[in-house]
Write a protein that binds this ligand. Structure first.
Ligand code: NAD
Length: 237
């Protein structure tokens, strides 16, 4: 029987690569989006993945999306909390609403989806994957809110791995600098400077993250839980 997975933020960048990778590997995929809805519908038509609009910050929106997916998916084997937003601003100039948005999209979203799906994942022996960030491991200047939220996601991963065991595995991926629309806030010079510091001498591709995710969600990773897999070309190790 094919495995079934729910991916948040599947309409762009890393999420799109995840949808493509898991459908290509024969999984039944359901994904959410908030932005890029037109692209999401096209991806759904191309891959056969189910798609619906859902704001991960909003409990009702998550409940509605879950209800829709569960009618079709019934027994999920996996959840990837991927939805995310970027930020570039010094802390002194950050409005409280922006700080709260960072926490809500990354942490509240992962909390709401994980809490909603855990009972079903316990039944199937499934697993959860949280997409954190290298900046959650090292901290990035002008990205304090983003770094704090992504570090929080690592804490959530480690705590939930203990709590949800032995039925459910919980891991995280910490991508480095990956070529997606999220890099729009960086100038060419900044990206070139970052590339120069990467031992593998290139920026990452969304597929690099999807390959690591496919491994962590598979049976080959059945003895791995509570871990953070860095996919960063050696930028931080
Ligand atoms: P992206 O902007 O291309 O895609 C972000 C996705 O999240 C989109 O599908 C968007 O619709 C969705 N989204 C945003 N806010 C949402 C909300 N409130 N509710 C539901 N969905 C929402 O970005 P990306 O680079 O593909 O990022 C994917 C994940 O990877 C994010 O969590 C990001 O923080 C993380 N990440 C990215 C990089 C990078 O260099 N691109 C590095 C480290 C971590």
């Amino acid at each position: 029987m094919p495995k079934r997975i729910i991916i948040t933020g599947g309409s762009s960048g890393i999420g799109e690569a995840l949808v493509r990778r898991f459908t290509a590997d024969g999984w039944i995929v359901a994904f959410t989006c908030l932005t890029h809805e037109k692209e999401a519908r096209a991806l759904s038509a191309e891959t056969g993945a189910l798609c619906c609009v859902c704001d991960v910050r909003d409990e009702k929106s998550v409940g509605d999306a879950l209800g829709y997916f569960m009618k079709l998916i019934h027994r999920p084997d996996g959840l990837i909390n991927n939805a995310g937003i970027a930020q570039k601003r010094v802390l002194e100039e950050m409005p409280l609403t922006e700080w709260e948005d960072m926490m809500n999209v990354h942490l509240r979203g992962a909390f709401l989806w994980s809490r909603a799906l855990l009972p079903a994942l316990r039944e199937t022996g499934g697993s959860i994957l949280n997409i954190s960030s290298i900046w959650g491991q090292t901290g990035a200047s002008c990205e304090a809110g983003y770094s704090a939220a992504k570090a929080g996601l690592i804490g959530l991963t480690k705590a939930l791995a203990k709590e949800a065991a032995p039925q459910v595995r919980v891991n995280a991926i910490a991508p480095g600098v990956i070529e997606t629309p999220m890099l729009g806030g960086y100038s060419e010079a900044e990206l070139e400077e970052l590339r120069g510091r990467i031992p593998l001498d290139r920026l990452g591709k969304p597929g690099d993250v999807a390959d690591a995710a496919a491994f962590l969600m598979s049976e080959r990773a059945s003895y791995i839980t509570g871990q953070v897999l860095a996919v960063n070309g050696g930028l931080y190790c």
